[in-house]
Design a protein around this ligand. Structure first.
Ligand SMILES: CC(C)(COP(=O)(O)OP(=O)(O)OC[C@H]1O[C@@H](n2cnc3c(N)ncnc32)[C@H](O)[C@@H]1OP(=O)(O)O)[C@@H](O)C(=O)NCCC(=O)NCCS
Length: 107
């Protein structure tokens, strides 16, 4: 998996923010043989969640996803993320709007 994560405003941050993430195409939708009950993507997000849980002030995970990316949204919802109630935001001129998604730790 390739990706970028950070805690915004170190010391104050409440959510581990995932800016970019992607699983190589050949591993998308594929079971992780080391953890056969889940796909590779879920295993990777479980590691991120564990990492976030070790930070004292962290309350969960946060990311943005385009509304057109139905596969990713489906995966995030399956993993326990929920959509921000404020709805999608059109930040750039091109492309579909971005949806903010959250996953509180332990949910
Ligand atoms: C997002 C990503 C990490 C998820 O990993 P994944 O291995 O594809 O995830 P899974 O296969 O476990 O789950 C995807 C779900 O979407 C479903 N799905 C597949 N194609 C779909 C589509 N076109 N529309 C809706 N759902 C779709 C799958 O069936 C699966 O749901 P299910 O388990 O209920 O059947 C991966 O798809 C990816 O790297 N995508 C390209 C990069 C990207 O879009 N990154 C996210 C940017 S925010």
């Amino acid at each position: 998996m390739r990706g970028v994560t950070t805690f915004l405003k170190p010391g104050e941050a409440k959510y581990l923010t995932i800016f970019v993430c992607g699983v190589n195409k050949q591993f998308q939708g594929k079971r992780n043989p080391r953890s056969p009950q889940e796909n590779f993507a879920a295993s990777i997000f479980a590691i991120l969640e564990d990492f976030a849980a070790k930070k004292a002030s962290c309350e969960g995970l946060k990311l943005w996803v385009r509304t057109s990316n139905s596969r990713a949204i489906r995966f995030y919802e399956k993993f326990g993320f929920f959509q921000d109630t404020s709805g999608p935001v059109q930040e750039a001129k091109e492309g579909s709007p971005h949806l903010t998604m959250w996953k509180p730790l332990g949910s």
